[in-house]
Write a protein that binds this ligand. Structure first.
Ligand code: ASP
Length: 496
């Protein structure tokens, strides 16, 4: 299964690259036909025969967005100038789109896979945390395991943020960036940035804490608000221990049934993983504008280098300090977890797989895995925290702000908090970055600079996010003397 997923991933990337969307071609629709404009040197929008806005050959996205936001589309003519100097004018255009390729058409298969995993995540977190909290012997035991878990998560997050800050200050990606690229990115992504800023994420720590308490747990479940679900589930589990056994046992066995059924279901869903991963990666590669990766190359290198050090230096050191597990076995056991996290960009979607792998391959008893992992999926996001630190420093550098030591320490604290508040689904890390930017007085609009590469960096940062959860799981189990037999190649599917 693992080999098939990796093959799916590689073939998906190759397929996506072969059938990539042409970045220099746009489909123009008219009321009665479609035409394509390609290989332009200059793409201009005109009103009453005078040019109001011009774009160059690699501005496909900005052109489409500019057109979408135009109010008086009917009065606008489009003019393209080709490299041989010839010009073509189009009138009465009704829409502008990228031309989709087969690389993107297959994506619904991947979307179904991600939706299936997400479908499982909420009931699994709820059921397994209730059972997990209820199966710890008493309140003291819950406090002990909970304290150890949160302490370990805080430790890994702070180290991760420091790694990010060191890389951002040494490489200084924002100082290397061309000022022309800055204005082009701000122009292309300012509307998307504004929509995110308008979501108005609060940085008030009191509000943050108050909001963890759900007014209505069913609404929290319906909204997929993981922090609120975790809060409700742990309390329910704890107080199930306080009532007479004959009444708590049926409830616990009900939730155990749900949790076990979800795990068996995920094993079945994983049968389509190789194909789903193929389509997800193919669509991402086909749609991805590689020119933007070039523009933001130093920023992306800084984030990825930080994530590599986090995953292959920080985690192995912690594994060595806190457990006797061999590094090779630990990473071997994580193969599916890494592939699913990378292709779905979602810790929540990966949770069912992480849980199964921790129990079956890393020898973590169910009562620890079912407590530590859902909690970790929700609050522990080292990759995201590191990314937020790098992004904040990068944006500050591009805008010409020099961050002093106090501001960098503020980043450590707010990024740790922002990562806790980040929902384990794609793209939220970018939204929560606004909190970090606000805390050090860097303009929030700066997120426009990095939106274009966010999807790719989201895939990368989700991998350490989930590995850290497994790491915490084995560390806690080992500290409790409860780590069972490790079998990194244990058969994964077919539990039924
Ligand atoms: N996609 C990340 C996760 O699910 C969260 C984020 O950084 O956006 O872990």
């Amino acid at each position: 299964m693992h080999t098939k997923i990796v093959i799916g991933l590689i073939l998906g990337a190759v397929f996506g690259a072969i059938f990539a969307i042409n970045p220099n071609k746009i489909e123009l629709s008219f009321t009665d036909r479609t035409e394509s404009a390609e290989n332009w040197q200059e793409f201009s929008f005109m009103k009453k025969d005078s040019v109001v806005k011009s774009y160059s050959h690699d501005d496909q996205l900005a052109i489409i967005k500019y057109y979408k936001n135009l109010k008086d589309k009917k009065d606008v003519k489009l003019k393209i100038r080709l490299s041989d100097g010839s010009e073509k004018v189009f009138e009465n255009v009704t829409s502008l789109e990228k031309i989709k390729t087969i690389g993107v058409w297959l994506k619904p298969v991947g979307d179904i896979f991600v939706r299936l995993l997400n479908m499982i995540a909420v009931p699994l977190v709820l059921a397994s945390l209730i059972v997990g909290a209820a199966s710890l012997t008493d309140l003291k035991h819950v406090a002990k395991i909970g304290g150890k878990t949160l302490g370990f998560y805080a430790l890994t997050a702070v180290i991760a943020i420091c790694i990010g800050l060191v890389f951002a200050n040494v490489i200084q990606p924002g100082h290397i960036m061309d000022p022309d690229a800055k204005s082009r990115l701000m122009d292309a992504y300012q509307d998307e940035a504004k929509t995110k800023i308008d979501q108005n994420v609060s940085m008030n720590i009191v509000d943050f804490l108050v909001n963890i308490v759900p007014k209505n747990p069913f609404k929290a479940i319906a909204d997929g608000d993981f922090l609120q679900i975790v809060f409700f589930a742990i309390l329910t589990g704890i107080f199930l221990m306080q009532i007479p056994k004959e009444r708590s046992e049926p409830v616990i066995s009900f939730f155990t049934g749900i949790s076990e059924a979800m795990i068996v279901l995920v094993e079945k869903i994983m049968i389509i993983a190789p194909y789903a991963v193929f389509t997800l990666i193919a669509a991402t590669v086909a749609e991805f504008g590689f020119s933007i990766l070039k523009t933001l190359m130093w920023y992306s290198i800084t984030v990825v280098a930080g994530l590599i050090v986090l995953t292959f230096v920080e985690y192995p050191v912690l594994l060595k300090i806190f457990t006797k597990i061999k590094l090779k076995d630990f990473f071997r056991a994580q193969r599916q977890v890494i592939a699913v996290a990378f292709s779905t960009s979602s810790s929540a979607a990966t949770l069912p797989v992480t849980m199964d792998v921790c129990e079956k391959r890393l020898g973590v008893p169910n009562k620890i895995a079912s407590f530590v992992l859902p909690l970790g999926t929700t609050v522990n996001m080292d990759g995201t925290a590191l990314y937020q630190a790098v992004a904040a420093v990068f944006i500050a550098q591009v805008f010409g702000f020099e961050l002093n030591l106090t501001q960098q320490i503020t980043i450590v604290l707010t990024a740790a908090l922002a990562a806790i508040g980040t929902a384990p689904v794609p793209g939220v890390g970018l939204l929560m970055l606004i909190i970090v930017l606000k805390s050090v007085g860097v303009p929030e609009e700066g997120i426009a600079l990095i939106i274009g590469v966010d999807r790719f960096l989201d895939m990368c940062r989700t991998v350490p996010n989930v590995i850290a959860d497994s790491l915490a799981c084995v560390v806690i189990a080992s500290s409790e003397g409860e780590l069972g037999k490790i079998d990194p190649d244990a058969k994964y599917e077919g539990a039924m």
